[in-house]
Design a protein around this ligand. Structure first.
Ligand SMILES: Nc1ncnc2c1ncn2[C@@H]1O[C@H](COP(=O)(O)OP(=O)(O)OP(=O)(O)O)[C@@H](O)[C@H]1O
Length: 351
């Protein structure tokens, strides 16, 4: 049981700002994901919670207690890293048991706790093996079990899936989600993968260059991105963004005109997602454009078209067939448009 409060946390090295005024309360049992591109300050934020890095300013409060001056071992947090960090000479059983020994948990509890944690990550059959005799996914599960066995107040996970191949990433991701549901331990999870963030999080914090860009549920962030950075970071493919001018409710961009939009006149960036555009018959759509590429996804067909000077993604149904260079036309319904200030990139609220 632990709420984590981060009160105006800053991390600076000389004049370089790694984390800039991070201020957030993470609820007890919440699964919070820190998401952003490389170097945005996610790991540093997590390391400050762990106590592996001092905050330059601000308070870190876990379970009502200011922990800034506490050593990592006294914070009751368990970490899982990308690199597993297993002891090569110990078998799986002893790797999982190790934190119990370090923390001087009574010996008579060890066996039951190790077996319970290993069963949770389906490692029961591998307890006698050394890490070198395991696959990457199994090694990461040992690392997870070693965190679970401690029954900590907080889990901190730093890109735990990034060394796994695509298929294993999906199954281990599902396992982490299931474990988190079962264990109900407050979790802070760092990733640069927006799909991981969307699938795992109760709330996502999107960061860029040390600054929080938006905090919200995956749905909030997908449906109401706070700025063009979040809009283009979340979703696959990225949201289509077009610069233009809004005048009398009509957006005019490069060979694109969309009427009926809310918002004051001025330079804007218009955004819409590939799946929200609708293909029209012949030339009946608002936007006519030649096809640049066609990708068959199995459940749908992704078209990239050249609209004016830029490439735009439009999702079509799975039976859609055409050739590169064919003209298509499509509509962008007003209700699914996102408008952003062109200068600052900030969302214009009327949308
Ligand atoms: N000890 C340090 N001294 C100086 N700068 C540092 C130090 N540690 C990290 N940084 C810088 O702080 C910024 C944030 O780093 P951090 O590791 O938190 O990023 P990240 O978002 O986790 O990136 P990644 O996904 O690549 O791990 C980076 O620009 C990094 O170079």
């Amino acid at each position: 049981m632990a709420e984590i409060q981060l009160r105006n946390i800053n991390k600076r090295w000389g004049s370089f700002v790694g984390v800039d005024n991070f201020d957030l309360t993470i609820a007890d049992q919440e699964f919070l994901v820190l998401l952003g591109p490389s170097g945005c300050g996610k790991t540093t934020t997590m390391r400050m919670i762990a106590g592996l890095e001092d905050a330059t300013e601000g308070e870190i409060i876990i379970d009502g207690k200011v922990v800034n001056d506490l050593d990592p071992k006294d914070r009751d947090v368990a970490m899982v890293f990308q690199s597993y960090g297993l002891y090569p000479n110990m078998n799986v059983y002893d790797n999982i048991r190790f934190p119990l020994k370090v923390r001087k948990v009574p010996e008579n509890e060890h066996d039951e706790r190790v077996r319970r944690a290993s069963a949770m990550v389906e490692l029961d059959e591998f307890l006698h093996r050394k890490p070198a005799e395991l696959s990457g996914g199994q090694r990461q599960r040992v690392a997870l079990a070693r965190a679970i066995v401690r029954e900590p107040n907080v889990f901190l996970m730093d890109e735990p899936l990034s060394n796994l191949d695509a298929k294993l990433r999906v199954s281990t991701r599902a396992q982490i989600k299931n474990l988190s549901h079962e264990l109900k331990v407050t979790t802070v999870y760092v990733t640069h993968d927006q799909i991981e963030a969307m699938t795992l999080a109760d709330r996502v914090v999107v960061m860029k260059q040390g600054k929080v860009q938006q905090v919200g549920t995956p749905t909030d962030i997908y449906d109401h991105p706070a700025n063009t950075f979040v809009a283009s970071f979340i979703g696959s493919p990225a949201m289509n963004l077009m610069d233009g001018t809004l005048s009398g409710g009509t957006f005019s961009g490069d060979k694109v005109s969309i009427a009926g939009l809310p918002g004051a006149d001025g330079p804007v960036t218009l955004g819409f997602r590939a799946e929200d555009a609708t293909l029209a018959e012949g030339s009946a759509g608002q936007i006519m454009a030649p096809i640049y590429t066609i990708e068959l996804l199995g459940d749908a067909t992704m078209l990239t078209v050249r609209a004016g000077g830029q490439l735009v993604s439009v999702k079509a149904h799975k039976e859609f067939r055409a050739k590169i260079g064919d003209m298509i036309s499509f509509n962008v319904p007003v209700a699914i448009c996102h408008l952003f200030d062109k200068e600052s990139g900030t969302r214009i609220d009327a949308t």
